[in-house]
Design a protein around this ligand. Structure first.
Ligand SMILES: CC(C)[C@H](C(=O)O)[C@@H](O)C(=O)O
Ligand code: SF4
Length: 465
C-alpha cells in the first residue's frame, strides 16, 4: 500500500494546484488543455480585446465549430445555416482564433467535429491532464483519466487570459460496477442506469471515478459515452483510470506526445492507490442492467425499456409524464416514434455508427419515422464511409448528415416538431431541448436504430427479425 494512498482524482488535482485552496479563496488550478467552440467563446474574446490581453497559451487551446453548424449543405457544398446568428457565431469564432493563433478545425478541416469527439481523436485529450471547455459535456474527456469539466463564458475568458482557473476541490465518489453485463447492454444503458440509481442530483459536488471490470473491459468510445453523462448526474466530472486500451487509442494521433513510451510510463501511475478513500462509494451489480430508455424530462427518469414507468414521486414528475404523454404503469416499449436521432457527443463515434448500421442493415425505417444519423466528426464520417456504413444507413431510409451537434440541441436547423417523439442517442431530454414541445427519449444507438425500424420504442431484442 502506498504511504499516503491517493485517488486518481487527487493525484491529478495535486499536480495542477498553483496556489492551494483556503477558507476564503478557491484553489488556482493550472489548465493543460482548453477546448473552445463558437457558442461560449465570443464574449470571452471580446473581454480579452477590451483589456488588450493576448491568449496566454494558444498552443494549449484548440477550437472547433459544432453547435451552430448545419448538417446539410447546398448543391455547391456551402453550409445551409439556419439563420444569420448561427452564421455569425461561426464566423466570429474563426476570426477570433485566427487573430490569436489558435489551432482551429473549421469547415476546411478533416478533423472538424463536435468538440468532445474531436479532442480525443486528435490525441489532444491525454491522461493526467486538466481539461476545460465552455461546455457541460467536457466530462467526456475524463474517459482518458483526465480531470475534465465544463466552465462558463466568464471562466473561458479567465483561462484564455491566464491558463488558470479558480476552483474549489470537489469531493470524490467511486461508482463501482461489479459482475458482468448481460448481452445487448451497451455503455449508454450503463450510464442511464447509474443516473437512474443515484439521481440527477446524486453527483452534485463530486468528481466520479467509474471503477470495476465493466469499465476496464469497455472500449474508449464506451468510456466516453459513460463519462459524457457524468454531468447529467450533477457531477462536475467523471473519470476512468487509463490503461492499455487508453494507450492503444492514443498511440500515433496528431497531438499525442512525441516520446510516447515515456508518456505511457508516467500515465501508468495514474490509478487510485490501494487503500485510498473516497468520500462516497456507490456499488451496483452490472448483471441487473437492461437496455434503458428515458420516460421523463431529465436523464434520471430512465427505466428498462420493457419495465413499467414508475409512479410519479412528486408534482414535477407528474408534469414530466404529462409532457411526455405517458402514464405510470405503461412501458416505453411500444410508444409511437416520429423521429430518430443518432448522433451527439454521447454516441456519434465510429463504434456508434457501426452499431446503428448493424441494426439498420437489410431493414427499412418505418414510413412514419424520419431518422437521421449524424457522425460526430469529419473523421468519423470519413471512416464510416470507408466502411460503407453510409450506404447501409441510407439504404434503410435513414439520412446520413454532415458532422455537428445537430438535433441534440436544435440550434442548427435540425429539430423536431411540437409533440413529436424522438428516440435520441444524445444526453439531455429536457422539455423543448429538441424543439419546442418535442418529446425526447434517450437511448443507445442500438435501441434508436431498432426503434426507427419498428416505428415504436423497442430494444433490439424486441425487434421482430
Ligand atoms: C451550448 C453549450 C453551452 C451547452 C453546454 O454547456 O452543454 C450545450 O453543449 C449543451 O449540450 O447543452
Ligand atoms: S452534441 Fe449536444 S451535448 Fe454534445 S456538445 Fe453538442 S449540444 Fe452539447
Amino acid at each position: 500500500m502506498a504511504s499516503n494512498p491517493l485517488t486518481l482524482f487527487d493525484k491529478i488535482w495535486d499536480a495542477h494546484v498553483v496556489t492551494p485552496e483556503a477558507a476564503a479563496n478557491p484553489a488556482t488550478l493550472y489548465i493543460d488543455l482548453h477546448l473552445i467552440h463558437e457558442v461560449t467563446s465570443p464574449q470571452a474574446f471580446t473581454v480579452l480585446r477590451d483589456r488588450n490581453l493576448p491568449v496566454r497559451r494558444p498552443d494549449r487551446t484548440l477550437a472547433t465549430i459544432d453547435h451552430s453548424t448545419p448538417t446539410l449543405k447546398d448543391e455547391d457544398g456551402a453550409p445551409l445555416y439556419v439563420n444569420a446568428q448561427a452564421k455569425t457565431q461561426v464566423a466570429t469564432l474563426l476570426a477570433n482564433t485566427a487573430e490569436h493563433g489558435v489551432e482551429t478545425h473549421g469547415w476546411d478541416s478533416d478533423n472538424r467535429g463536435v468538440v468532445h469527439v474531436m479532442g480525443p481523436e486528435l490525441g489532444a485529450t491525454q491522461p493526467g491532464m486538466t481539461i476545460v471547455c465552455g461546455d457541460s459535456h467536457t466530462s467526456t474527456h475524463g474517459a482518458f483519466g483526465a480531470i475534465a469539466f465544463g466552465i462558463g463564458t466568464t471562466q473561458v475568458g479567465h483561462v484564455l487570459a491566464t491558463q488558470c482557473l479558480l476552483m474549489r476541490k470537489p469531493k470524490t465518489m467511486a461508482i463501482e460496477l461489479t459482475g458482468e453485463l448481460v448481452d445487448g447492454v451497451t455503455p449508454k444503458d450503463v450510464i442511464l442506469a447509474i443516473i437512474a440509481e443515484i439521481g440527477v442530483g446524486g453527483g452534485t459536488g463530486y468528481a466520479l471515478e467509474y471503477r470495476g471490470t465493466v469499465f476496464e473491459e469497455m472500449s474508449m468510445a464506451g468510456r466516453m459515452t459513460v463519462c459524457n453523462m457524468s454531468i447529467e448526474a450533477g457531477a462536475r466530472c467523471g473519470l476512468i483510470a487509463p490503461d492499455e486500451t487508453t494507450f492503444d487509442f492514443l498511440r500515433g494521433r496528431p497531438h499525442s506526445p512525441e516520446d510516447f513510451d515515456a508518456a505511457v510510463d508516467q500515465w501508468r501511475k495514474l490509478t487510485t492507490d490501494e487503500g485510498a478513500t473516497f468520500d462516497k462509494i456507490v456499488r451496483m451489480d452490472a448483471a441487473t442492467i437492461r437496455p434503458m430508455a428515458t420516460y421523463g424530462t431529465h436523464p434520471g427518469m430512465a427505466a428498462p425499456i420493457d419495465a413499467p414507468i414508475p409512479n410519479p414521486a412528486n408534482e414535477a414528475d407528474e408534469k414530466a409524464l404529462s409532457y411526455m404523454q405517458v402514464t405510470a404503469g405503461q412501458t416505453m416499449a411500444g410508444q409511437r416514434v416520429d423521429r430518430v436521432f443518432i448522433g451527439s457527443c454521447t454516441n456519434a463515434r465510429l463504434e456508434d455508427m457501426r452499431a446503428a448500421a448493424n441494426i439498420l442493415s437489410g431493414r427499412t425505417v418505418a414510413t412514419s419515422v424520419r431518422a437521421i444519423v449524424v457522425p460526430g466528426s469529419e473523421s468519423v464520417k470519413a471512416a464510416a464511409e470507408a466502411e460503407g456504413l453510409h450506404e447501409i444507413i441510407m439504404a434503410s431510409g435513414a439520412e446520413w448528415r454532415e458532422p455537428g451537434c445537430s438535433m441534440c440541441i436544435a440550434m442548427n436547423g435540425d429539430k423536431a416538431a411540437p409533440g413529436e417523439l424522438v428516440v435520441s442517442t444524445s444526453n439531455r431530454n429536457f422539455a423543448g431541448r429538441q424543439g419546442p414541445g418535442a418529446r425526447t427519449v434517450l437511448a443507445s444507438p442500438e435501441t434508436a436504430a431498432a426503434s426507427a425500424i419498428a416505428g415504436v420504442v423497442t430494444s433490439v431484442a424486441g425487434l421482430a427479425s
